[in-house]
Design a protein around this ligand. Structure first.
Ligand code: PGA
Length: 255
C-alpha cells in the first residue's frame, strides 16, 4: 500500500566533487532496488549536479530546507521553485537541527509545507521529542502538537504526497537509536492521529519514516514495525556502502 522510502540527509557535508563521486558510486549499486524509493539530500550547491548525475536512475534528490516566498529580497534564502528547477523532487522541512539551531517553529514549518506543495516538491516533515520531553512522558503530546500545527491546512489529498519523519531528537547523531518498540509506539500513534484528522484512506497512504542513528545493523528491526515505512538517515548516509546496505536491508525486510 505504501512504497517504503530510504532517504539520506547529508546535512552540511560534501562539496560538488564529493557529491559527484558519491552518486556515481551509488547509482549502479542501488539500481536493482526497485521496491524501495531511494532519496539523497545534498547541500544546496550540490543539488543540481546530483540531480543531473542521477537523471533516469531510481534515486531522487531532495533539498534540506526551503523558504516560503517564491522570490524577493530575502538574502540567503532559497525558494521551492529554485529547488525544483535545480532538480529536487522533495524537500526536508523542520529538521530538529533547523528547529533548535535556526529558530524554526511549527508555524514556519507550516508555511514551508505550503511552499513545497506550491513548487511541486514532496515535503519530508520532521517531528520528534527531546530527551526531556520523553522523560516527562510528553512524547505523544509533542507529536500531536507538531502534526496539528505543522500540517494545519494540509488536505487529505496533499497528505498522501507528504512524508512524516519521526526523529526523536535524543537519537539524532548520538548513536543511540530508538528501540523498535519505541519507534513502533510513536509511529502507531502518528498513524492513528492521521486517521482521525485526515481520514483512514489518506492516513494509510502517507509514509511515516523513522530517523535517528539508523545503521545497516538496526534498519531491519526498525522497519519490521508495522507503521515504520522507511528511514531518514543522517551520518550513515554519507558512506555509499553503508547507505546501500541500509536500502538493501530495508528492501529485504519489506519483502
Ligand atoms: P543520524 O541523523 O542518522 O546521524 O542520527 C538523522 C537525521 O538527522 O535525519
Amino acid at each position: 500500500m505504501r512504497t517504503p522510502l530510504i532517504a539520506g540527509n547529508w546535512k552540511m557535508f560534501k562539496t560538488i566533487a564529493e557529491t559527484m563521486k558519491h552518486v556515481k558510486a551509488l547509482r549502479p549499486l542501488v539500481k536493482d532496488i526497485t521496491d524501495v524509493e531511494i532519496v539523497v539530500a545534498p547541500a544546496f550547491p550540490s543539488i543540481h549536479a546530483a540531480a543531473e548525475s542521477l537523471r533516469g536512475s531510481n534515486v531522487l534528490v531532495a533539498a534540506q530546507d526551503l523558504y516560503w516566498e517564491r522570490e524577493g529580497a530575502f538574502t540567503g534564502e532559497v525558494s521551492g521553485a529554485m529547488l525544483k528547477d535545480a532538480g529536487a523532487d522533495l524537500v526536508i522541512i523542520g529538521h530538529s537541527e533547523r528547529r533548535t539551531l535556526f529558530g524554526e517553529t511549527d508555524a514556519t514549518v507550516n508555511r514551508k509545507i505550503g511552499a513545497a506543495f506550491a513548487a511541486d516538491l514532496a515535503p519530508i516533515v520532521c517531528i520528534g521529542e527531546t530527551l526531556d520531553q520523553r522523560e516527562r512522558s510528553e512524547t505523544l503530546d509533542v507529536l500531536d502538537r507538531q502534526i496539528r500545527a505543522g500540517l494545519d491546512g494540509v488536505t487529505s489529498g496533499q497528505l498522501v504526497q507528504l512524508v512524516l519523519a519521526y526523529e526523536p531528537v535524543w537519537a539524532i547523531g548520538t548513536g543511540r537509536n530508538a528501540t523498535p518498540d519505541q519507534a513502533g509506539e510513536a509511529h502507531a500513534h502518528i498513524r492513528q492521529r492521521l486517521r482521525q484528522w485526515f481520514g483512514a484512506e489518506a492516513a494509510d497512504l502517507c509514509r511515516v519514516i523513522y530517523g535517528g542513528s539508523v545503521k545497516p545493523e538496526n534498519i531491519r528491526d526498525l522497519v519490521a514495525q508495522p507503521d515504520v515505512d522507511g528511514a531518514l538517515v543522517g551520518g550513515a548516509s554519507l558512506d555509499v556502502k553503508a547507505f546501500f546496505d541500509i536500502a538493501r536491508n530495508a528492501a529485504e525486510a519489506f519483502r
